[in-house]
Design a binder for this molecule. Sequence first.
Ligand code: IMP
Length: 196
Amino acid sequence: MHFSLKGKVIFFATNNINKFNEARKIFNEFQMAVAMIRVKTLEIQSENLEEIAKTSAIEAFKKCNLPIIVEDAGLFVEAVNGFPGPYASYVYKTIGNEGLLKLMEQTENRKAKFQSVIAYCDADIETPLCFKGEAMGEIVKEPRKAKNKHGFGFDPIFRPLNSNKTFAEMDVEEKNKYSHRAKALRKFAEFYKKLK
Ligand code: IMP
């Protein structure tokens, strides 16, 4: 069987297959290919997603010497002053969706947003370049997901503006119409397409 890769290739350092699958569809729109690469990077403690993503990108690049992107995302809930923000991963692991919903039980203001930062690094770049995306929406009162279980993380409890579905009720194509990551990835793909 013939396997040919046309166009440019980018390496995505992530251990999250869901993030990779979302990225694969975006790069496909740009006739580009993305390869998932698992390199262990330390996620520094910072309140700044950009700083976290840049540090991981430098580390990942040093390990594999390939043109590489990393992504860092955060969830910011308005009623709790932007909590969990960049600590979303820790909060997901500890209290999860149920815990976050419990925290918001008495809260009428459900406004929340996801932010994504893609940091890109290659041999010609001194400081990684960042591309950002944001999805405004709300935290629903009960988790909702499709029967065949789409999504990951906070997907079952986040409904983006202009849709009545949570991210977990959408397939990847539909999530990519609204998501923070898709917006950041498209900005990056536009840049990378033109890079000589
Ligand atoms: P990370 O550090 O970028 O991997 O993400 C921080 C936390 O937010 C993790 O717990 C992820 O599961 C969660 N997260 C990131 N992006 C998304 C998303 O698109 N949907 C739902 N949860 C997400």
